[in-house]
Design a binder for this molecule. Structure first.
Ligand SMILES: Nc1ncnc2c1ncn2[C@@H]1O[C@H](COP(=O)(O)OP(=O)(O)OP(=O)(O)O)[C@@H](O)[C@H]1O
Ligand SMILES: [Mg+2]
Length: 332
């Protein structure tokens, strides 16, 4: 893995306007992504975890240039993504979604689905396309004879392999995987994760892997970014993050998985309440309303900086938890 960033995300915000009354002059926004600095290194798998609604998918979509950003910049190999031709971006950066069936036209054969990016780009057709699709199906462990079949004839895991084959059709450098295994049962999940790892090594790919499953992220990622309400609150190498989490939110997430719990007594930290609305995030540290160690007059007023605690381990917290320490159990 190289230290050079493939993708450089600088101060990125994505706010969605909320429709208010026709006569209302005040505008409000859902701050889905609200000031993210992050780089993705060549060849790595960067995991992004966080509760539902924290902005993971939105961050993924802005990263690929699928939706315009409100503020900040994204560079791919040093080039601002807004200056790249759509076609170049599409060739280099691909995406695999959660619902393998939903992203496929049920009336298209596997040959057309997998070959579509090549057809659309005018790169291949006829016998040549059939040959390429056959090779792509081989590479994801599917039978090449199945290219004449239709999506409904496949299981969830097989459909996800088809989606991966399609993502590989244009020889991309980068793939965004947005919950690619969440809809699959555990044994199939493991097969798809193994396939992704094999393909990554073979084709020298860079992955951003979005998931709310810490087990999955532990298995597949080199580094992990923990997101809360539109911001990255902790970023570290996977082993470092799981062995010595610093942010109280990361502690809470980790305590919820029994197998890799950081708590000696394996008690689960239960976070009170729902995630606050990203349309009206709490003042100061966004996590203070649910944090067991928040201090009045600091955490509710001052926004913590995203700082480097130890090499490559970043956290945005006024009172990061020391390595090896656990948090009080709270808020039952
Ligand atoms: N097109 C949109 N218009 C308005 N609000 C949006 C839009 N897309 C996302 N949002 C809002 O932005 C916030 C973040 O959504 P996002 O889908 O990025 O979260 P997520 O972390 O991917 O959640 P999940 O784990 O459920 O997939 C949510 O409050 C969501 O309602
Ligand atoms: Mg999502």
């Amino acid at each position: 893995m190289s230290e050079e960033p493939l993708i450089f995300i600088d101060g990125v915000k994505k706010w969605f306007p909320i429709k208010t009354g026709m006569l209302s002059s005040s505008k409000s926004f859902v701050r889905a992504v609200d000031g993210v600095n992050l780089s993705v290194k060549k060849g790595e798998t960067l995991g992004i975890v966080g509760e539902s609604g924290c902005g993971k998918t939105t961050l993924g979509r802005v990263l690929l240039g699928l939706i315009p950003i409100t503020e900040g910049s994204i560079k791919y190999n040093g080039v601002d993504i807004r200056d790249m031709k759509n076609r170049d971006v599409r060739k280099k950066m691909q995406i695999v979604f959660q619902d393998p069936g939903g992203s496929m036209n049920p009336r298209m054969s596997v040959r057309s689905i997998v070959g579509e990016p090549l057809i659309v780009n005018g790169m291949s057709d006829g016998a040549e396309l059939t040959k390429i699709v056959a090779e792509l199906l081989d590479s994801v462990g599917l039978n090449r004879k199945h290219m004449t079949r239709f999506p409904h004839e496949f299981s969830g895991g097989q459909k996800q392999r088809i989606a991966v084959a399609r993502a590989l059709a244009l020889n991309p450098e980068f793939i965004l995987l947005d919950e690619p295994t969440s809809a699959l049962d555990v044994s199939v999940q493991a097969q798809v994760l193994n396939l992704l790892e094999e393909i990554q090594t073979e084709k020298d790919l860079t992955f951003v892997f979005i998931t709310h499953s810490l087990n999955v992220v532990h298995h597949i990622s080199d580094r992990v970014a923990v997101m809360y309400l539109g911001k990255i609150v902790e970023l570290a190498d996977t082993i470092d993050l799981f062995e010595s989490p610093s942010h109280p939110y990361t502690h809470a997430l980790l305590s919820a998985i029994p197998e890799i719990s950081v708590e000696d007594n394996k008690e689960r930290i239960v976070l009170s309440g729902d995630v606050p609305s990203p349309a009206n995030p709490p003042s100061g540290c966004r996590f203070h309303t649910r944090c067991p160690i928040a201090k009045e007059g600091v955490c509710d007023t001052d926004e913590p900086e995203f700082r480097e605690l130890s090499e490559g381990h970043f956290v945005s917290c006024h009172f990061p938890v020391d390595a090896g320490k656990s948090l009080p159990i709270f808020n039952e």
